[in-house]
Design a binder for this molecule. Structure first.
Ligand SMILES: [Zn+2]
Ligand SMILES: [Zn+2]
Length: 351
């Protein structure tokens, strides 16, 4: 099999040829057709996330040893299964839920793999989908996406699931209240599509790059604001007529945290998803007096992925523009994601 691996932190991926794995136990083997190229792989390839204050969350200190195969939006054909695998859709094309846990703790057993304290994520702790073959630990992580465009369906495994899970933490809100979406990259556009799919229309998108506003409007945003402008807060208030009830932060930087926090009305909710990194200090008293909720949201559960796929099959989610590129261009795509120059999503075509 062929894979595209991180061999040295921060360096371009390298193509590798290795033996195709044989599934054991409950495992299934998937021949990968598509794998979305996600922004979080930029950080993982660099080898760290920025914790702020000069501190870093280093992948090498968290049990990742090189070489590794990234890629956590895999889609492909189930071609083999281990002797203990049951109900395996052999020969069928399936989306793979990548956020697999240890499989045995209380959270995993209740279907909340994404809250497992010993995660075994595909494309992070286990080999991922930047390869033509992938081992999946159990058939319960396969999701049928028949009827959806397969390249777009691949992106539901991370950006779709992540934004859906964040949106259901925020909603329902009164229909006439505004939701602020911070960031108009792939995750931001997906967040707009999820909010719309869940029935919320008053969405204002803020980004540093006005070139992304047309895509935000096309995804369903009602208004856009240049977050880099000196008067961004005033622009936001002018666009929405006042304070914001809910904010989804798909950037997750100190500046977006502060902008969201400053705009929240009493009872406002701020869900932070983006992993740009950094740190903020906030005053405790106004957080209490304004009854503000601050919540982190990380990917989602297997059931939430099935829920988001059901919404997509019902035609409720507007598909984002997806460009397919060969696996050899994953590295270049990660460079563009890092530079912030991509509009919409890129999905690697693996086989
Ligand atoms: Zn991702
Ligand atoms: Zn677990």
């Amino acid at each position: 099999m062929q894979s595209f691996d991180v061999v040295e932190w921060g360096k371009p991926l390298q193509s590798a040829l290795k033996a195709t794995p044989v599934p054991i136990g409950t495992e299934v083997l998937v021949r990968i057709k598509y794998c979305g190229v996600c922004h979080s792989d930029v950080h993982i390839r660099d080898g760290y996330f920025d914790l702020g204050g000069g501190k870093k969350f280093r992948m090498a200190d968290r049990g990742m040893t090189l070489p590794v195969t990234l890629g956590h939006e895999p889609y492909g054909t189930v071609i083999a299964a281990g002797p203990d695998a049951k109900d395996v859709p052999l020969g069928q094309d399936m989306l793979v839920f990548p956020w697999t846990g240890c499989g045995s703790c209380a959270r995993c057993l209740e279907g909340m793999d994404n809250h497992c304290m010993a995660p075994r994520y595909l494309g992070v702790q286990r080999p991922g989908g930047y390869a033509d073959h992938l081992i999946v630990p159990h058939a319960r992580y396969l999701v049928d996406v028949k009827g959806l465009d397969p390249a777009w369906a691949a992106t539901l495994a991370c950006s779709g699931l992540t934004t859906y899970s964040a949106a259901v933490k925020l909603l329902p809100l009164p229909k006439d209240e505004w939701v602020l979406v911070l960031g108009a990259g792939g995750l931001g556009l997906s967040a707009v599509a999820m909010l719309r799919a869940l029935g919320h229309e008053r969405i204002v998108v803020a980004d540093l790059d006005p070139a992304k506003f047309a895509a935000a409007k096309a995804a369903g945003a009602a208004a856009t604001v240049n977050a880099g402008a000196a008067d961004a807060l005033e622009q936001l208030k002018a666009a929405t007529g006042g304070m914001i009830y809910g904010a989804l932060d798909l950037v997750g930087a100190a500046a977006t945290f502060q902008l969201a926090y400053a705009t929240l009305r009493k009872g406002g909710r701020y869900i932070v998803v983006g992993l740009f990194g950094g740190e903020v200090s906030i005053s405790i008293v106004p957080t209490i007096q304004r009854a503000i909720m601050i919540q982190g949201s990380y990917v989602g559960s297997p059931q939430e992925l099935r829920d988001v796929v059901a919404l997509a099959k019902a035609g409720k989610i507007k598909a984002l523009p997806v460009e397919t590129r060969p696996g050899e261009r994953i590295s270049e795509t990660l460079d563009q994601l890092k530079a912030g120059t991509l509009i919409g999503r890129v999905v690697a075509q693996m086989a």
